[in-house]
Design a protein around this ligand. Structure first.
Ligand SMILES: Cc1cc2nc3c(=O)[nH]c(=O)nc-3n(C[C@H](O)[C@H](O)[C@H](O)COP(=O)(O)OP(=O)(O)OC[C@H]3O[C@@H](n4cnc5c(N)ncnc54)[C@H](O)[C@@H]3O)c2cc1C
Length: 473
């Protein structure tokens, strides 16, 4: 893979656009809509034939505080509480200015996408996500990221924003003064297109699809299943190194410990948070599952054979069924169902006595409203009642959370101070708000950064393009 930054004395281009947006996942598509809304027509450049990105693999859930969707459910939430939740999960290590920015921008972004672009969001109101004080996850009807990308792309079509597909950006072009002037995109037939521009938005996600970079920054998961989009090969990081941009929290990432195995289907963490639990192949619990699903990745991979079983019941399955992924897992026979713990153990080939003892311990702790030795507080967990369910899961790497540090306008910061005035980053390309550890990832941090920063970056890039216009004029 090549990712280069070249300097040319007098760069010439095949075509000129006011703003170029690299990547057509949630971050790029939202940036494009915001740019257009600010009066500038951008060009979105996407390596795949059909934009999908990690966004399409996600559940498409976006946290936001203070939306009208929360108000409709009588939920009073605030930006300050949201920001405090993000920072608490990140162990106080996330960039406080960035946390304040995304927490503030999330609700306006959701309301704007719903009102101006017709995305039919609703609130996930029937279960809690770990670390969120209030119910604030917003999703589309199918609760799938594929629907999010599709609807954003439709909004792009309606706004008549051009999208260049099968064009992989390999090179950023600077002029002799060091100013960023354009880029080069490679086409499948080997030809190259040189596109001049006044501002660039990096929306090409993180580096989790690049084995060498994963080995460098997240060695614990170098050999783990990568569950994100294979095209996220870290060009933004490699360009950043060449232009001296600041890279921050590079070891941060989102893992997950509930991917149905071997089916490879995401099983919502709702099955755990609603009163379910995880056991290893010995039928024993091994950690505090309520800490979060991101750190679950490493916790599950550390168990024998790198697998575990999620154990829950039919009531919880009813809640999880709102997710397209869960319905698919059921359709593929990944979810085992039984009437008693003993029968479930037999179906899952777990040691029956150990499993029944674990099951009884969990239910006793729920009755007592007690915390267990791992630190999980059971006072909120409803008892599990038959039919019982179980699914075999493994741990996976979903996406990187470290990336290019940006300022309050989503402009890329330089390592030795200052900014690149016409280079913006959003979504997985930018440093997120999870700090340097997997356990710092609060549910929804990924799309939060894509939507909130994408919108800020798109408007900021439009402003730069307009300023250049005025200077020229
Ligand atoms: C299974 C899974 C479930 C998840 N669930 C959630 C969730 O429910 N909520 C949440 O907040 N987050 C979730 N995430 C994380 C979330 O999906 C990402 O954080 C988010 O989609 C990143 O958006 P993006 O636009 O930055 O990247 P992407 O959606 O990956 O888009 C990047 C695009 O850039 C393109 N691209 C890459 N390089 C180039 C190049 N050189 N030239 C041109 N194009 C390029 C790619 O092809 C891709 O289309 C999940 C992730 C996974 C993998």
């Amino acid at each position: 893979m090549t990712a280069r930054v070249v300097t040319e004395a007098e760069p010439a281009f095949d075509t000129e656009v006011p703003v170029a947006i690299i990547g057509a996942g949630a971050a790029g598509l939202v940036a494009a809509l915001a740019c257009r809304g600010a009066g500038v027509e951008p060009l979105v450049i996407e390596r795949d034939a059909v934009p999908r990105g990690s966004t399409s693999l996600s559940a498409g859930l976006i946290p936001a505080a203070g939306t009208r969707f929360q108000a409709a459910h009588g939920i009073a939430d605030s930006v300050a509480t949201f920001a405090a939740d993000i920072q608490e999960k990140a162990h106080g290590c996330a960039d406080p200015d960035l946390v304040a920015l995304v927490a503030r921008e999330a609700a306006p972004a959701i309301d704007w996408l719903a009102d101006a672009h017709g995305l039919p969001f609703s609130l996930v109101h029937d279960f809690d996500y770990p670390g969120h004080t209030n119910r604030r996850m917003h999703g589309l009807p199918s609760r799938s990221g594929a629907e999010l990308v599709d609807r954003l792309r439709q909004a792009l079509e309606q706004a008549e924003i051009p999208l260049l597909t099968e064009a992989r950006v390999t090179t950023l072009v600077r002029d002799a003064s060091g100013a960023l002037r354009g880029l080069v995109a490679e086409r499948p037939d080997g030809s190259a297109e040189r596109i001049g521009t006044r501002a660039i938005v990096l929306a090409c996600c993180g580096y989790a699809g690049n084995k060498a970079l994963v080995r460098k920054y997240i060695p614990d998961l170098a050999d783990a299943l990568y569950f994100g989009h294979p095209g996220n090969e870290g060009e933004a990081v490699l360009w950043a190194e060449q232009i001296g941009a600041e890279l921050r929290d590079m070891t941060g990432h989102q893992g997950h410990g509930s991917v149905a195995h071997p089916q490879g289907i995401l099983v919502s963490w709702a099955v755990i948070m609603e009163g379910g639990f995880q056991v290893n192949l010995q039928g024993r619990r091994f950690w505090n599952e309520s800490s979060g699903y991101s750190e679950a990745g490493i916790a599950v991979l550390a168990q024998p054979d790198g697998v575990a079983w999620d154990v829950f019941d039919a009531r919880i399955a009813g809640i999880a069924r709102q997710f397209e992924d869960f319905r698919q897992a059921e359709a593929q026979g990944a979810i085992l169902v039984a009437n008693t713990p003993e029968e479930l153990a037999a179906k899952a080939k777990l040691p029956p006595e150990a499993f029944a003892a674990t099951f009884a311990e969990v239910e006793a702790m729920k009755r007592a409203g007690a915390a267990d030795g791992f630190g999980r507080n059971w006072s909120r967990g409803a008892p599990l009642a038959g039919p019982l369910c179980a699914v075999r899961v493994t741990g996976a790497l979903f996406h990187s959370q470290g990336g290019l540090a940006v300022d309050a306008a989503a402009r890329v910061r330089l390592a030795d101070g200052g900014i690149v005035p016409n280079l913006f980053a959003a979504g997985g390309a930018a440093c997120g708000v999870s700090g340097p550890e997997a356990s710092g990832y609060l549910s929804g941090n990924g799309l939060l950064s894509a939507l909130a920063l994408g919108r800020v970056a798109g408007s900021g890039a439009a402003l730069v393009a307009q300023e250049v216009d005025e200077t020229d004029g």
